[in-house]
Design a protein around this ligand. Structure first.
Ligand code: M6R
Length: 599
């Protein structure tokens, strides 16, 4: 994912820009660059492929000085990760622009601008914006007006920061579909795609709304195109605890965040469960009415958040008797959906800025849903701001690109949601109290689970030379198997698939042999015997089995099978702890993992 930083100050901003980029490294990127306006009013550009350190080295050698500038980390979408494709993109040495997102009509614009005499030096969709802004500013003589006109020509998603040689004291930023914040300093102002980038220079931020444009100098910030409220009244002050960009003694952020899970779950449960009951008020004042009226639930999300939605379907249907459908946001938003009466629309997202999920929420508003509820980890995100109800995951900032604590806290929220909804739809006080007790025990169980770390590491070693792996589960644990496979793919670059264990015999069993490790989630529940017979099929084909289970289950008659015993867990709560230990195994597994893990 790309990152943006911009600064207008009285001091040299190069250090601020580089530090900002370094703090955005966790998002993943392949090249970086910056421009600053020097004392002679020339825009100076520096770019490097690879780490921000490479850009730092370049800047160190050139020692640029400038009091206004923009910077970017690029994750290639159009064109390879080369220096020419790295941002900022320039137009006629006068305009410099950085961009997050994708411009869908870039080809048509490129043709139009080429016909007007503009020369393109990159393969990106971004460069068209630099030329378009140059063209329109030249036509009207006004920086902001030119940028505004350019934005009306764009189709797609963007957050941009742009500077212009002829307007040397200001930066312009705008967002549509990608986040952008303004950082307010004393005698200096900033812009970034994520407040983390600016934590060393300010703790006061304004989150731009969709469609807004900001014009900032070192002494002034003006916002256009949105709510008619004063800039000062929109500023929020972030707590110092929100600065998570320090990995402490851990080798990488993902590992740190794995170890933060017991605390994150504790924080997520806090104030939401009483001794024996779930506190529905935690979902907001209108929650009671919505939950009472709800006759079905539609969940929409992407990636890991989609998998947590799939677990929630089991909980919602079992605890409320209401239908619960779950769909990937990028599919849901592009089809004609039939909405059953009184359906509650739910989105799940760590960031609250995922474009497809956000677009789905917006689309849902005209489709007659009962109301919208989001479960999210970022309080000021677009998803939270635009949903009727929201429930935070209290995981703290998740720096690692691979979700860990955000997922497990999402699951905790979702179980609480299913219980809160269940209270209006037949959940008995006895079952409610039993589940609340299981939730109270959960942080402690997760701490115990951390103790299997060495066993998990030993398993991980055995995966090092494998090219494929199969993850199996049934019922509540099928989505957990899919999430496990996603984690392995994402972190180690080993191909992995998650499958419902009962489906194995309908095709994928053909792939199983001595070279195919098969990981299975098999705690004691009503499906355990069925899972065991599925695993016998794997054993018969010589597949090496790795089973997560508990003391009550017996796998002693399985050949070539390794077992990790988890602490005793309530069957309904088990997916949260099992995923937790699955996350644990990923960071040490991969032969190709270092690329990601050193970030
Ligand atoms: O921020 P979101 O939860 O909306 O992000 C959706 C996915 O991109 C995300 O869950 C992704 O699949 C995970 N980070 C992978 O570990």
């Amino acid at each position: 994912m790309c990152g943006i930083v911009g600064a207008a100050a009285e001091r040299n901003v190069v250090g601020i820009l580089l530090e900002g980029l370094q703090r955005l490294e966790y998002r993943g990127y392949d090249s970086a660059g910056l421009t600053v306006m020097n004392a002679d009013q020339h825009i100076k550009r520096y770019r490097a492929v690879g780490k921000v350190q490479a850009l730092k080295d370049t800047c160190h050698a050139a020692a640029p000085v400038g009091t206004i500038g923009i910077a970017h980390t690029r994750w290639a979408t159009h064109g390879k990760p080369t220096q020419n494709n790295a941002h900022p993109h320039l137009s006629c040495e006068a305009v410099s622009l950085v961009h997050n997102g994708i411009i869908e009509n870039h080809e048509a614009l490129r043709q139009e601008l080429t016909e007007q005499g503009y020369h393109f030096e990159s393969e990106t969709d971004t460069e068209v914006m630099a030329h378009l802004i140059h063209h329109l500013v030249a036509a009207c003589g006004d920086f902001r007006q030119g940028v505004s006109e350019a934005l009306t020509r764009l189709e797609g998603a963007y957050a941009i920061a742009v500077q212009h040689r002829d307007f040397p004291d200001r930066l312009i930023g705008a967002r549509q579909g990608s986040p952008l914040v303004v950082g307010l300093g004393i005698g200096e102002n900033f812009i970034a795609s994520d407040p983390q980038a600016l934590r060393p220079v300010t703790d006061r931020f304004i989150y731009l709304e969709e469609g807004e444009l900001v014009e900032l100098t070192r002494s002034e910030v003006s916002i256009f195109g949105g709510r008619e409220t004063s800039v000062a009244s929109r500023a929020v002050t972030l707590d110092s605890r929100d600065d998570a960009a320090d990995k402490g003694a851990f080798r990488h952020f993902m590992l740190k965040e794995i170890y933060e899970q017991p605390k994150a779950i504790r924080n997520t449960l806090q104030g939401r469960i009483g001794k024996t009951t779930i506190l529905s008020q935690a979902f907001g004042v209108e929650a009671g009415l919505l939950f009472e009226q709800a006759e079905s639930v539609q969940i929409v999300a992407c990636g890991t958040s989609y998998y947590s939605g799939l677990v929630a379907r089991y909980w919602v249907e079992a605890l409320t008797g209401l239908t619960c459908q779950v769909e990937i946001a990028s599919e849901w938003r592009y089809r004609t959906v039939a909405v059953a009466p009184n359906t509650l629309f739910m989105t799940l997202s760590q960031s609250g800025e995922t474009a497809d999920t956000l677009a789905a929420l917006r689309q849902s508003k005209s489709l007659g849903y009962l109301g919208s509820l989001c479960i999210c980890n970022v309080p000021n995100s677009s998803l939270v701001r635009e949903s009727d109800l929201s429930l935070m995951t209290e995981a703290g900032t998740e720096i690692g690109v691979a979700s860990t604590k955000a997922f497990t806290t999402q699951l905790a929220d979702l179980l609480m949601f299913a219980m809160a909804l269940g209270k209006y739809h037949g959940l008995t006080p006895e079952l409610e109290s039993e589940l609340v007790q299981a939730l109270h025990d959960l942080p402690m169980r997760l701490e115990e689970t951390l103790e299997i770390n060495e066993q998990v590491k030993a398993w991980a070693e055995q995966f090092t030379n494998k090219d494929h792996a199969l993850f199996l589960g049934r019922g509540l644990h099928y989505p957990i198997a899919m999430e496990g496979a996603l984690k392995l793919k994402e972190i180690s670059y080993i191909h992995a698939e998650g499958y419902p264990a009962g489906e194995l015999k309908h095709g994928p069993l053909a792939l199983v042999d001595e070279q195919m490790p098969v990981v299975c989630v098999a705690p004691t529940d009503e499906l355990l015997e069925k899972v065991k017979s599925n695993l016998q099929e794997v054993a018969a084909r010589g597949g090496a089995l790795y089973v997560f289970t508990d003391h009550q289950a017996d796998f002693s008659d399985f050949s070539d099978t390794q077992v990790i015993i988890l602490p005793p867990l309530h069957p309904m709560v088990a997916p949260i702890a099992i995923l937790f230990c699955r996350c644990n195994c990923s960071p040490t597994m991969g032969k190709r993992s270092d690329v990601l893990l050193e970030i």
